[in-house]
Design a protein around this ligand. Structure first.
Ligand SMILES: *Cc1c(COP(=O)(O)O)cnc(C)c1O
Length: 377
């Protein structure tokens, strides 16, 4: 009896088409659902770095960084991240999710205010909730709404933290960082920006949107090692004092086992390649321009485009049907639906490894729905 509610809830999920399942994508499929933007996750150089690290250090780190888990590899990785991000220091977490979950509650608490973009990633949302601060959401990308909220609420609270993705996972658009940071200075607010989808992708050196937008103030940058960097783990980058503080205050860093030698070494190599092989980034952007042209989005400027292309659909059944049509053609293009997003869509993400021909094949299938449905963007 005690657990019967699970049956009941599962039935509701299934009726609403909200029930999720996993499936492995066959290796011969073209994958348009990957965050491996530069194709580094299967790169021999990363694999070899991971294998060498396992041979030298073993598979596990045996403890947290503050106890038995710290290795010189972690120092090396943190120095590499700080260099890429042009910050004084950096701190590596076991995932991007944990980086956000630990950092936000370390920065703000009950007497403080958080202003958050309404489409922020789940781990930012949960990090904000965990902090106990008062949370006000501003309209997606809308810095004027942010200004309105700052004007209205800032003075009532002690600290204030503005939290935003730089590139949004489900819409692919880019936050107006320049305006957000300018506002933060006027109102005495901290800024935390999640560059999970931007690191390795944006900016001349592949540092992210912070680099591209030429932000020259010491804001708080978070990110993941699992997308363009091709490994696993997360990080915070910022001033030496911020990082020193987080080492004593971020519970998801203090009370968890240090990142494995293999993941750490692969991430080091991934960041090296982001710096030394800009042609991977070039290739990715060629692919982005190709699909944008096909979708007639060529009018979007650099700030408005990213590797992520949401294809808006009228309802869940048609979204699932389109995903299935892709699947029948040996293409993986995931259906994303509520509650992950407010409205259903097919989400195409591009990597440097896609060929022009593969992008054209996806377009051939997308074309078929553009004529027979209305909700397509
Ligand atoms: C993927 C993602 C994360 C989570 O990173 P993991 O390392 O996979 O836990 C955090 N923030 C954003 C914006 C993301 O897209």
């Amino acid at each position: 009896m005690t657990y019967n509610w699970i049956d009941h809830d599962l039935l509701i999920l299934e009726k609403a088409n909200w029930c999720r399942t996993v499936r492995q994508i066959p290796s011969e499929f073209v994958n348009f659902g990957s965050n491996d933007y530069l194709g580094l996750a299967e790169d021999d150089r990363l694999k070899n770095a991971a294998i060498e690290a396992i041979e030298k250090y073993g598979t596990g780190t045996t403890g947290s960084r503050l106890l038995s888990g710290h290795r010189d590899l972690h120092d090396e990785l943190e120095a590499k991240i700080a260099r890429l991000k042009q910050t004084e220091d950096a701190l590596v977490f076991s995932s991007g999710y944990l980086a956000n979950l630990g950092t936000i509650p370390a920065l703000v608490g009950k007497r403080d205010l958080i202003l958050a973009d309404q489409y922020n990633h789940s781990c930012l949302v949960n990090g904000c909730r965990l902090s106990g601060a008062t949370i006000k959401e501003f309209h997606h990308l809308d810095w004027q709404d942010l200004e309105f909220l700052l004007e209205k609420y800032r003075s009532v609270f002690q600290r204030c933290l503005i939290v935003t993705n730089s590139v949004f996972s489900m819409t692919g658009d880019v936050a107006p960082l320049k305006e957000i940071v300018a506002l933060s200075s006027c109102y005495g607010a901290m800024v935390m920006v999640d560059e999970a989808h931007a690191t390795g992708v944006f900016g001349k050196n592949g540092s992210g949107v912070v680099e591209m937008a030429e932000i020259d103030q010491p804001i708080i940058q978070v990110g993941t090692l699992s997308k363009a960097i091709g490994s696993l783990g997360g990080f915070v980058a910022g001033t030496a004092k911020l990082i020193k503080y987080l080492r004593s205050r971020a519970s998801t860093w203090i009370y968890t086992t240090a990142l494995s030698p293999a993941d750490t070494a692969a991430a080091i190599k991934g960041i090296e390649l982001i710096s030394s092989a800009p042609e991977l980034r070039e290739k990715l952007w060629q692919n982005i321009r190709r699909l944008a042209n096909l979708l007639h989005r060529e009018k979007q400027n650099e700030l408005g485009s990213s590797p992520i292309f949401p294809i808006g659909m009228p309802d869940i059944p048609s979204t699932l049907a389109l995903a299935e049509r892709f699947w029948q053609n040996s293409i993986y293009a995931p259906a994303i639906r509520p509650p992950t997003v407010p409205s259903p869509r097919i989400r195409i993400s591009l990597t440097a490894k896609h060929s022009p021909d593969q992008i054209d094949r996806a377009w051939e299938i997308l074309k078929t729905i553009r004529s027979d449905s209305t909700g397509v963007e």
